[in-house]
Design a protein around this ligand. Sequence first.
Ligand code: ASP
Length: 331
Amino acid sequence: MKRRNFITRTSLNTLALGLGINSLANANFKQNQLKLKPSEKLASGPVAICTWEFTKANATAGALLDQGLPALDAVIKGVAVEEENIKNTTVGKGGSPDREGNVTLDACVMDHTGNCGSVMAVESITNVAALARKVMEDTPHVILVGKGAEEFAVESGFTAENLLTPETEKLWKEWLKTSDYKPVINIENHDTIGMLGLDKDGNISGACTTSGLAYKMKGRVGDSPVIGSGLFIDNTIGGAAATGMGEEVIKTVGSFLIVELMRNGMSPQEACEEAVNRIVSTNPNHTNFQVAYIAINKQGETGCYCIHPGFKMMKYSNGENNPVVAGSHLK
Ligand code: ASP
């Protein structure tokens, strides 16, 4: 039976019987949802922040939040601007391929109820953040990878297309001449887009989408689609997102760490700084890679911090969309 048929024909009850533990988890999750307190009154208006200087993407999300759209809708539409921008070689269509010439995309989303979805190593779909949302909403799972994610996408109405553009193919062929694998993630390179939105109802959601490190090994997945690493939201506290060397973010579960630090009383700025400190204090090699974080709390306060100078966050609030230069561990 095709996956979609399986999903649509299976009633929730049958699913519950078949999935045992998962059904229990779902039931608990639903109960927790019911127990969620009504949102606090917003201290600020809606806020959108994103990694790097993705001006148009952040302005798109900010304007949608101002119109009253829920944060999840706004951030997915915001990051789609970069997924569809073929000039951006680090996100979506036109992203740099792995060392064998395959463009493989990773993305995840997380909403204000604590629900989340993720796709990894997707080779033929541009809007992978929207696809991650489909996984979250239309399947009993959190993560789909590779061919399974692509088949699910097509069954769900996404168009399969070739993500390798003539430009990125040319760059890859140039790279093949030396095949020198030195990941450079810094100022001159716009990387992963992680976006966090606080909507008019005071709810926070986020999306994170990337083509990962250029010329990575086939099958490599970074932090961006890993819930807790590339992105984490707890609507009672705030949210965080990461960019840079995914392996280092995963080792310290960076975004989850930031939200937990905020839970323990830190501001978004202090929490981002502490999460960067956690990496640099344990890894003497940190002078060779970049990691940058952004964060927002329930009051609409934001923060950002990175290892190397050169990282900027975009911030939309009160109808204005401005770059914020992040402080850095190395000066
Ligand atoms: N974090 C991404 C990854 O490791 C890369 C990036 O942000 O540039 O895949």
